[in-house]
Design a protein around this ligand. Structure first.
Ligand code: ATP
Length: 357
């Protein structure tokens, strides 16, 4: 396995409108990075440039110390030693599971049943499936076989292009867990493309957020959720409560009272700001004098938790996530207290960022 280093990658297609602009990305050896972003932001193009299926206008791609794109070099895709898992497995329908997995192996290893069994176990499948045809497997099993096929030649890097998007919710979760475990057990360096923030946050060691062809943030999942670089990233990676605030004397004065805050960036210390809270930071209780109050608009019940929609006196609607069984009723008034700290952004920062979307 190798690290992956992308520097200054820029790509336009025929219309000369850049699809990617100056993307820098480092994926340490043996780690797992998710490329996260809305549809059309350039995730698949970045993956294809790394794989060698497309050529960039400028920039370099290196696997470990080996430059495979740029600096006058362009190593063909098949010689990069990269495993690829496409959206819908792409298994060869006329080959068995064993035939698919051993397809990319040197000829002398192709009859090695023990290696196929080992790879099937690695992806959490019963080796007895080796003689089946792909159409005799569920969608999730097919994706695991596709991963086993990608891992078989011990690639320097594994690329996964929205590999769970065609699976239903239950199978997606189970397949994600199996794929994560297999990647981690094999020590693979892996890059996953997804537009699903839960997938990115739950699976990856680091998340690269792309927007309009630019990499806007690269960090670990917890930091991304707790300290997003701007309010658009904040709302993209989770539900957000965004309030206008006045920062004064170390507190943020807002519709939910006076809250402790941390600045999201240098210089956001005093004056007009916008603050970010997550819905799970809001706690509700029976109305109490002097506490900020809201009217319950509706309640979405999910079993494991619930979302309570609240109308604040200034007309703003916000949500709270509650895990208790004792839920408020629509039409009643509640008091709101906030746990933890808010994150303060410059008042105009998100509008500028929104324009870039
Ligand atoms: N071969 C191509 N020729 C022309 N334009 C292309 C080509 N491939 C991609 N594009 C354009 O580049 C932009 C980014 O596409 P890309 O597939 O990389 O985005 P994405 O983030 O992966 O989107 P999605 O999540 O919808 O798959 C889009 O506007 C797309 O139309």
């Amino acid at each position: 396995m190798s690290s992956l280093t992308v520097r200054g990658l820029t790509k336009s297609f025929a219309a000369a409108i850049p699809v990617l602009t100056g993307v820098d990305l480092h994926v340490p050896e043996g780690s797992f990075t998710a490329l996260l972003g809305p549809s059309g932001c350039g995730k698949t193009t970045l993956l294809r440039l790394i794989a060698g299926f497309e050529e960039p206008d400028s920039g370099t791609v290196a696997l470990g110390e080996r430059v495979v794109t740029g600096a006058g070099r362009s190593v063909p895709a098949r010689r990069r030693g990269i495993g690829f898992v496409p959206q819908e497995g792409g298994l060869f329908p006329h080959l068995t599971v064993a035939g698919n997995i051993s397809f990319g192996l040197p000829r002398r290893q192709r009859r090695d049943g023990a290696r196929v069994a080992e790879l099937l176990r690695l992806v959490g499948l019963d080796p007895a499936l080796a003689d089946r045809s792909p159409h005799q497997l569920s969608g999730g099993q097919q994706q695991r076989v596709a991963l086993a096929r990608a891992l078989a030649p011990e690639p320097s890097l594994v690329l996964l292009d929205e590999p769970f998007s065609s699976l239903d919710a239950a199978l997606r979760e189970e397949t994600r867990v199996a794929v994560s475990a297999a990647l981690s057990a094999s020590g693979a360096t892996a890059v996953l493309v997804t537009h699903d923030q839960a997938e990115a946050l739950s699976m990856a060691d680091q998340v690269a957020v792309l927007r309009g062809g630019r990499l806007v943030q690269l960090t670990d999942p917890r930091t991304l959720y707790r300290r997003p670089g701007d309010l658009d990233v904040a709302t993209f990676v989770g539900e957000a409560v965004v309030l206008e605030a006045e920062l004064r004397g170390g507190l943020a004065l807002c519709a939910l009272g006076e809250l402790p805050y941390e600045p999201a960036a240098d210089g956001v210390l005093e004056g007009a700001a916008r603050i970010l809270l997550r819905p799970e930071q809001l706690r509700l209780s029976a109305p109490r004098p002097a506490a900020p109050t809201a009217r319950v608009s509706s309640v979405d019940y999910y079993g494991h938790d619930s979302r309570v929609w609240l109308d604040l006196p200034d007309g703003l609607r916000v949500s709270a996530r509650l895990d208790g069984a004792d839920l408020p009723v629509a039409g009643t008034d509640v008091s709101i207290t906030v746990r933890g700290t808010a994150l303060a952004f410059p008042a105009r920062a998100s509008r500028d960022a929104a324009a870039a979307l």
